[in-house]
Design a binder for this molecule. Structure first.
Ligand code: NAD
Length: 262
């Protein structure tokens, strides 16, 4: 396991799914944490799991689309933890499933606000701290949807493509200052978000839907949030000291085959 002993980490969307699993993995690797998200009781529940690893952990409720919330969170992290060595820019929403020609305009804006503006604001407010420190590692939550079109998910898909642009641009801007910026591309990962998408796409037939998404990966199953969390902890750590600007799939081989002629 990668070591994060002595490091301070900020996780957005830490109350559930991949953010919760990553918070626990970062804590277990030795990091001190501040968890940020919209849902305070959920953050509290994650904090209990993190504390059980022996890690120091705090929570802060807020919205990643609000610059003042994200800035205040970065200030609190610095005050409480003394540094920000790791940012997992993870908060995201899936939006509705609809053909592009019917996609509701307000929903498009809502998804882009959380998934793109939210990640931009994390970078915008945390990078100055890391640049002053001349060290840090940021991991942005991309997706296999960062690399492929997925019918019915125009806003989500566009937003996850944008994560690659933000990741690569940020990495190129800050690499010479000791800061790394990477993306982790989850495949079909068993969380509330995947189950909500599957339910919408199949009209509620979860058994058939989960079997369909499991078949997307050559490994023939969905992934767990913990499997993504392990890669996040590695990218966060100095073990990944020469890994920068990459989009790292955790997808059971899905991107190796998606879109190939069969
Ligand atoms: N589950 C998958 O299959 C999958 C695959 C690839 C990528 N991802 C990405 O992983 C990330 C986590 O998703 P998940 O699957 O754990 O789903 P999830 O719904 O369990 O987690 C999303 C978290 O983000 C928080 N959040 C949403 N909007 C917010 C806002 N405006 N401000 C602050 N927090 C907010 C939620 O409260 C929640 O805790 C997302 O960015 C998602 O797009 C998920």
């Amino acid at each position: 396991m990668a070591s994060l002993a002595g490091k301070a980490a900020l996780v957005t969307g830490g109350g559930s799914g991949i953010g919760r699993a990553a918070s626990v993995a970062l804590g277990r690797a030795g990091a001190r944490l501040l968890l940020f998200g919209r849902n305070e009781p959920a953050l509290r529940a994650t904090a209990e799991l993190v504390a059980a690893t022996g890690a120091e952990v705090g929570i802060r409720a807020g919205d990643v689309t609000r610059s003042a919330d994200v800035q205040a969170c970065a200030v609190e992290a610095l005050e409480r933890l003394g540094s920000i060595d790791v940012l997992f820019n993870n908060a995201g929403i899936e939006g509705p499933v609809a053909p592009l020609v019917e996609y509701p305009e307000d929903e498009f804006e809502r998804v882009v606000a959380v998934n793109v503006r939210g990640v931009f604001l994390g970078l915008r407010h945390v990078l100055p701290v890391m640049l002053r420190q001349r060290s840090g590692s940021i991991i942005n939550a991309g997706s296999v949807a960062s690399e492929r079109g997925l019918p019915g998910t125009a806003a989500y898909n566009a937003s996850k493509h944008a994560i690659l642009g933000l990741t690569r641009t940020a990495a190129a801007e800050v690499a010479q200052h000791g800061v790394r910026v990477n993306a982790v591309l989850g495949g079909m990962i068993d969380t509330r978000m995947l189950r909500s998408l599957v339910s919408e796409m199949t009209g509620g037939d979860m058994e058939a839907g989960m079997a369909l998404v499991a078949a997307v990966a050559p490994q023939g199953r969905v992934g767990s949030p913990e499997e993504v969390a392990e890669v996040v902890a590695f990218l966060a750590s100095d073990a990944a000291s020469f890994v920068n600007g990459v989009a790292w799939p955790v997808d059971g081989g899905a991107l190796a085959t998606m879109g190939n002629a069969s």
